[in-house]
Design a protein around this ligand. Sequence first.
Ligand code: ACM
Ligand code: ZN
Length: 368
Amino acid sequence: FMIDCARHMFDIAELKKIINAMSLLKYNKFHWHLTDDQGWRFESEVYDKLNSVSAVRPFSNFGKKRDMSPYGRVYTKAEMKEIVDYCAERYIDVIPEFDIPGHSSALLSAYPEITCIGMPVDIKTRQGIYKDVICPAKDKTYEIITRIFDEFCGIFPYNYYHIGGDETPHNHWQTCPDCKKLMQKHGITDYADYHNFFMNRIIEYLFEKGKTCIVWNDVLKGKDLDKRAAVQYWTGNMKASLTYANNGGKLILSPFSYYYLDYEYDITPMNHTYHFNTELKGLIQSGKNNILGVETPIWTEYIEDNNRLEEMMFPRVLAVAETGWSGNSKDYKDFLERIEPVEKMLKSNGIRFMEKRRWNYSRLAMPK
Ligand code: ACM
Ligand code: ZN
């Protein structure tokens, strides 16, 4: 499971409560989304401004709600270690995510020297996809990113790291003289390929440090992604991701229309989530062997408090767990009966559930 702690953050006690509940459901990986346009959450001893500038947005304007007070801080290294240890006691590995080269306005607000334009960049206060992205052609880019990952290595022992790679507009690369020069030097003519050229350098760097990278499936728009990276499918045509697995690459399944728990129950009811079939057509046997598992992410632009976080996750995470562990041999009616005692147990652990009448609500079932 993934929790976005960049848009809104949750304190260590809340994360522990959720991690404990998830361990009871046999979740075994916690993907911790720590960086994004709207906030930076990883304490750095090398780059001070990450803690003071990148961590705090001046106000928040997500949807209908506007909050004019500054928001955010980093998790301290001690806090992050506490989470890693707490997870380890429950056989959960922590996969940290530092999202590059897009979704990086918070980083760039403190270090504009690694943008194409070299101009100040605002940390973002709304949801969106932003053109402020990292310039792959600056030496300083590699210095900053690799040093930050070196710091990650001191905190996160697991050998999988997520490096994002999603939703990266190419606009600034197209007008950047440094980017132009670098592309010419390597004979790259396509920006999606240039994106992967950049990802590959970081994948290689982390591989040398014993880490396998995970990247969102947006990268498959470009050629020549380093096959050592695992791809996480979330959106678009699945074909390229399945081909990647069939050709020997590792694949994680997170189809947004089933597994993204930030979607309301009336858009993604639990009975829909439950019926995701992991036995995918288009996979040959070797491809099947390359599926690492399923992951359910929750993005938090519109989720700012513990109660709502829990209601959006529970009980749908029970359905996701069953898709992951039981393949296609599952029965929804039977599941609904079986979750009753689990619900009771989790509630006695302080977990808040969405009220039952909303679980299976579906727009499709509404009278015209
Ligand atoms: C994503 O939802 N942008 C991975
Ligand atoms: Zn550039």
